[in-house]
Design a protein around this ligand. Sequence first.
Ligand SMILES: C/C=C/C(=O)SCCNC(=O)CCNC(=O)[C@H](O)C(C)(C)COP(=O)(O)OP(=O)(O)OC[C@H]1O[C@@H](n2cnc3c(N)ncnc32)[C@H](O)[C@@H]1OP(=O)(O)O
Length: 261
Amino acid sequence: MDLKNLIWEQEGRVVLVTFNRPKALNALNEETMNELAQVIDRVESDDTIGALILTGAGEKAFIAGADIGELQALKTPMAAVAKARRGQQVLARLEALGKPVIAAINGFALGGGLELALACDIRLAADSARMGLPELTLGVVPGYGGTQRLARLIGEGQAKLLIFSGRPIGAAEARELGLVEKVLPAGELLAEAKKLAAGMANCAPVALALAKGAIHAGLDMELDAGCSLEAHYVGMITTTEDFQEGMKAFFEKRPAQFKGY
Ligand SMILES: C/C=C/C(=O)SCCNC(=O)CCNC(=O)[C@H](O)C(C)(C)COP(=O)(O)OP(=O)(O)OC[C@H]1O[C@@H](n2cnc3c(N)ncnc32)[C@H](O)[C@@H]1OP(=O)(O)O
């Protein structure tokens, strides 16, 4: 991978990727989105990796949005469509990763930065973090899935409140809305993210991928159809060696050593 705007650090089965464009508060330019696509490919294909954490360099910003300079330079409506679709496709691949992705929101998560966090499985926020979708105050529309994922996560009315006002909110209010799962003192954010990620990375990889897939698919299904899908995943998982290992380890009172098949 050729990374200029992202820092890749692997500790055991957990990879920490830091968005690192300090002069632009880690704003997402095209180059960074292309590098994120490379990171997703690597996390997806590398069996030594069980979980991914995303965070921002510095204390001020997680990601302060898509790069406004690149937006300003868009020449035609179809160029804007292509840019939005490209970003949406990268975030859809992030969301579909068969491994847990945690956003460690260390500061401003605005516009495309919050949209990227919405494509993660779990959002942890520093108590100093502020987040929102200010696009309408710039004369833009959220274009990396924010209108879709925010309404699904916090409800139509609250999503409209945030998008129509463009107002950033603090971490405590975000927690109340269910926009983030946990709020921590800034100094504890990464340690907590790494602890959670390490625990998840030690679960049976195929079982985690199937559980994540069932949750995602089930959101668009009738309850019984979703339960039927879940039941078939239970059937599938019993054909793995990890299924045998998990049960055996339980009775032998030792941690399971999962292999991912
Ligand atoms: C499809 C998705 C669309 C979108 O995401 S649209 C963009 C949505 N994001 C925003 O609207 C946030 C834009 N940024 C801000 O509002 C402010 O920044 C902050 C509130 C985050 C911080 O304000 P302060 O502390 O005064 O810092 P500062 O001087 O504004 O920013 C420091 C440097 O960072 C650059 N920068 C900040 N955000 C972006 C961005 N999103 N794209 C490109 N550059 C950005 C600035 O220009 C400046 O640079 P220099 O020091 O050269 O003046």
